[in-house]
Design a protein around this ligand. Structure first.
Ligand SMILES: Cc1cc2nc3c(=O)[nH]c(=O)nc-3n(C[C@H](O)[C@H](O)[C@H](O)COP(=O)(O)O)c2cc1C
Length: 343
């Protein structure tokens, strides 16, 4: 039987883990999944050797995410992480995604019984769950490791999603321009501004969700073409100081679109699982990712991206990949805040 690494909140011990301890271990890892504005829109219920993952609709972004697409992508990322945590203990997760059509917030039921040793790759992925951070800025002008993109594409395909690299200069410029247009539109829309403000915390805040100033640069780093970040600080001067060791000029990195063939709840959960697999795999090579969802929150920009840059597939997230020295520190609600013993 596996023992619980102290990294996930319990001390090592030789005795077999109880079903509750296994569930808690998985949740303690899953909370480190990425989520839009760090809303952490999930809750978990443990019942014997089964863990249920629910979307927490109270944490959905009503303005940016009226249909819950980004909420479900975030939950998909948490699902992938919980399954990976089970693998790290040597369990084979059995997963039913959206098992009950009458309960659209029930994202997945995961149970465990059979065992198989965790592979070295799974171990390496799991080792990145706490290390990985969203990057916000440019990258060092250094090429990615050979084969990494092929591995990431193959990983996305395992979840019925597709990672499309936008390499052509014209298409890259079009994607960057769409992000600029979206960011400009959201910055002057008072509903968007109020919503972001509700998920941004000031320096020193004890909050365990949302985006603290330790997560983004105080001065935006521009690249060519420029992929503008979210305006979290909103003129308050918050954010991380610029790193003097960063290589200049900064590169936009390798840009890509994570897409799905359809645009239903299942596709969103799949996109989330694919996203977390991509992020953790990249992280094992020291490669960081910046995420942009601004243009996909506005139908009038998402649609031309779908038609013009995704071959008609549904864009779920824009990613940029590259090398950067990362100092970002994020926050999470502890497992005990999101895990209950009953449904
Ligand atoms: C669906 C989704 C959309 C996101 N969109 C953005 C975005 O537009 N801009 C950004 O800087 N980060 C974005 N993120 C990253 C989150 O802000 C980040 O995961 C969260 O703040 C937690 O920080 P961490 O990833 O460093 O742990 C997104 C994440 C998800 C899952």
């Amino acid at each position: 039987m596996g023992t619980v690494p102290s990294l996930y909140g319990q001390s090592d011990k030789a005795a077999p883990l109880t079903a509750w301890e296994v569930a808690r271990y998985c949740v303690a890892a899953a909370v480190w999944a990425p989520s839009v504005h760090n809303t952490q829109p999930w809750r978990f219920a443990a019942n014997g050797q089964q863990l249920s993952l629910y979307a927490d609709a109270g944490r959905r972004l009503a303005v940016a995410d009226p249909y819950g697409r980004e909420m479900m992508i975030s939950c998909g990322a948490a699902l992938f992480t919980a399954r990976l945590a089970l693998r790290s203990l040597g369990y084979i997760p059995e997963t039913a995604v959206l098992p009950d059509p009458g309960q659209s917030l029930l994202v997945a039921r995961i149970s465990w019984d059979g065992r198989a040793a965790c592979t070295e790759f799974e171990q390496r992925l799991f080792g990145q769950v706490r290390q990985r951070r969203t990057h916000r800025g440019g990258f060092d002008p250094v090429p990615l490791p050979p084969n990494l993109l092929a591995t990431l594409r193959e990983g996305a395909a395992r979840h019925d999603a597709m990672l499309r690299i936008v390499a052509d200069d014209g298409r890259r410029a079009a994607l960057a321009a769409a992000i600029r247009t979206a960011e400009d539109a959201e910055r002057i829309d008072s509903a968007f501004v109020r919503e972001i403000a509700a998920w941004v915390s000031p320096p020193g805040s004890p909050r365990s969700d949302g985006v603290p100033p330790t997560c983004y640069p105080a001065r935006a780093e521009h690249t060519e073409p420029d992929f503008p970040g979210r305006d979290f600080a909103h003129g308050r001067g918050w954010g991380l100081p610029r790193l003097s060791t960063a290589l200049w000029p900064r590169s936009a990195g390798v840009a890509g679109l994570l897409t799905t063939a359809h645009d239903h709840l299942l596709d969103w959960v799949n996109a989330g699982q694919a996203l977390q697999r991509i992020l953790l795999t990249a992280s094992t090579c020291g490669v960081a990712a910046a995420l942009h969802s601004q243009p996909l929150e506005l139908g009038w920009l998402r649609e031309p991206i779908r038609a013009g840059l995704s071959d008609g597939a549904y864009p779920q997230l824009v990613l940029r990949l590259g090398y950067a020295v990362q100092t970002e520190v994020s926050v999470r609600r502890p497992a005990d805040d999101v895990l209950s013993a009953t449904e």
